[in-house]
Design a protein around this ligand. Structure first.
Ligand SMILES: Nc1ncnc2c1ncn2[C@@H]1O[C@H](COP(=O)(O)OP(=O)(O)OP(=O)(O)O)[C@@H](O)[C@H]1O
Ligand SMILES: [Mg+2]
Length: 512
């Protein structure tokens, strides 16, 4: 029941109104028809009874002669005159002593009765008949038999049976006519109502469809202004709203276009500045490298000359100091080389140098050079290399990536394990370096590839380095169209994975 009511409430207004008004009109016309028909029927029945009593009375007067002469033929003639009426089925003339003088039994509705009839009486009413009786007096003057003031002699009585069928027929006809009239009125009413409803709801429907679809499309649809005054007002307000939205949207779009242009200019300027910075850095580091290499060269030369000098304390000290200078100079050269590499990669100054490379041999060499560092930290090193004979790749850059990842694994792991895995497939080369070292916290994971970024500065200071290894490795991987990812858990270890799609296309990938 409640679901029906809910469904009704969600119907269109026009349908709700049609159902409510239609049901009301039908109920109203049915009730009106029933009341009118009942009243008319009752009136018709009352009239029929009055007519029957009048007819009986008149018939009684017409039978006086028959009672006086007591002649059957005269009596039957009198009966014949009354039974010619279609509504009279039975008639009986009863003498004062209760004996029947004459009778006409068509419907057999009249029972024998011996009691004298002193007044005009409705003896009985059945579903089919009204039985009416009247006294027959020698004079038609009123006769008060009950009070004993007798003006006329009581001759007997007449009893007539009036059939109800003609009245019932008329009543039925009236019900049918009234019913049809009620239906016709309800139909006309409903037609008028649905017309009025359409006049009222069409503008509403058009407005609602414009509002639901028009707001999305560009240019926004405007509502048609028609219908009742209130609906026209709503449509006008909606159109005004759409005008305002379009105006402010146009203003917003032009503002966005200006801002986008400004941002583009700023971004281009930033790119240009970054590139310029990298170019300057590349030039400066390059300029620094030349004198440093000269310093290293001269120091080495001096050291070699000292080999032949007299072995005394001063010579010994000089050799030690020069060795220290040489070590630091190499460290400095190493860092300058790293900065130069990164600056050149960022400035897009690196070209790929693709050569057929035996990856297994390359990685075994790298592993050899890294083993002392692994041993120094008491780490166990395991390598699983599964590569085809040769791959066309930039040998030096791939080697540097592998060395950087392996050095990091050794640097940040103590008494642990390091795994080097490499899989060469026709469509990609996968290099994975896993360690069980200190690991990286989740919040730091994205920043490890940024230049000069070391997660824990104090710890990194202990491990050494400048924080450039991963930044350079990622630039090199990108230069070959690849990427380096990391998965790590603080305290549990890290896995760095370099993926390089094969075959590498020359000049297809710019460093970012
Ligand atoms: N295997 C690893 N385990 C834990 N932390 C690591 C690992 N590899 C790198 N990191 C973190 O990322 C930082 C950046 O590494 P990156 O190789 O760029 O610099 P670095 O090793 O500190 O110095 P450089 O490589 O220039 O000698 C490191 O300082 C360290 O904090
Ligand atoms: Mg490093």
């Amino acid at each position: 029941m409640s679901t029906m009511f809910n469904r009704f409430r969600q119907m269109r207004i026009s349908r709700q109104l049609s159902i409510t008004a239609g049901a009301s009109i039908i109920l109203f016309s049915v009730t009106l028809t029933a009341i009118a028909s009942t009243l008319i029927s009752r009136q018709l029945r009352d009239n029929a009874v009055t007519d029957a009593r009048l007819q009986t009375e008149q018939f009684a007067e017409r039978t006086i002669f028959a009672f006086l002469v007591e002649d059957l033929t005269v009596a039957e003639e009198a009966i014949g005159s009354i039974t010619a009426f279609p509504n009279i089925d039975d008639a009986r003339l009863i003498r004062a002593d209760g004996e029947t003088l004459a009778r006409y039994d068509n419907g057999h509705a009249i029972n024998d009765t011996n009691s004298p009839i002193r007044h005009l009486t409705n003896i009985r009413e059945s579903s089919e008949y009204w039985i009416v009786a009247a006294p027959v007096l020698s004079s038609p003057e009123p006769n008060d038999l009950d009070n004993g003031s007798v003006n006329a002699e009581y001759l007997g009585s007449v009893v007539l049976a009036f059939s109800k069928s003609p009245v019932r027929e008329t009543i039925r006809t009236i019900w049918v006519i009234n019913g049809l009239a009620g239906l016709a009125a309800a139909g006309i009413f409903l037609a008028l109502l649905s017309f009025q409803m359409r006049v009222l709801t069409d503008p509403l429907r058009s407005l609602s469809s414009t509002m639901s679809n028009g707001g999305r499309d560009a240019p926004r649809k405007r509502a048609r202004i028609f219908g009742s005054k209130e609906i026209q007002e709503i449509a006008a307000i909606y159109n005004q709203l759409m005008d305002e939205i379009e105006t402010s949207q146009a203003a917003l779009e032009s503002e966005v276009a200006i801002r986008t242009q400004e941002l583009k200019t700023a971004r281009d300027a930033a790119f240009a500045a970054n590139r310029q910075k990298s170019e300057i850095m590349a030039a400066v580091t390059h300029e620094m490298k030349t004198p440093l290499q000269a310093i290293i060269g001269y120091t080495q030369l001096t050291l070699e000359e000292l080999e032949f000098a007299v072995e005394d304390d001063a010579a010994h000290r000089s050799r030690e100091q020069l060795s220290n200078i040489l070590g630091r100079a190499h460290e400095l050269l190493n860092r300058i080389t790293q900065m130069l590499d990164l600056a050149r990669a960022e400035a897009g100054k690196f070209d790929l140098n693709l050569v057929e490379t035996d990856i297994s041999a390359l990685l075994h060499d790298a592993q050899k050079s890294i083993l002392p560092l692994a041993a120094e930290r008491n780490n166990k090193f395991t390598a699983e290399i599964d590569c085809p004979a040769t791959i066309l790749i930039d040998r030096d850059k791939f080697q540097q990536i592998a060395l950087n990842l392996m050095t990091n694994a050794c640097k940040f792991t103590h008494n642990g394990e390091i795994y080097l895995r490499c899989k060469g497939r026709p469509n990609r080369l996968l290099l994975e370096v896993e360690d069980t070292g200190v690991g990286i916290a989740e919040k730091d994971i994205d920043s490890v590839f940024e230049p000069f970024r070391q997660v824990d500065m104090s710890a990194s200071r202990a491990f050494g380095g400048t924080g450039l290894g991963l930044a350079i490795s990622r630039q090199f991987a990108k230069l070959m169209g690849g990427e380096i990812d990391v998965r790590s858990e603080l305290g549990a270890g890290s896995v760095f994975t370099a993926k390089i799609p094969l075959p590498i296309k020359m000049g297809a990938y710019g460093a970012k």
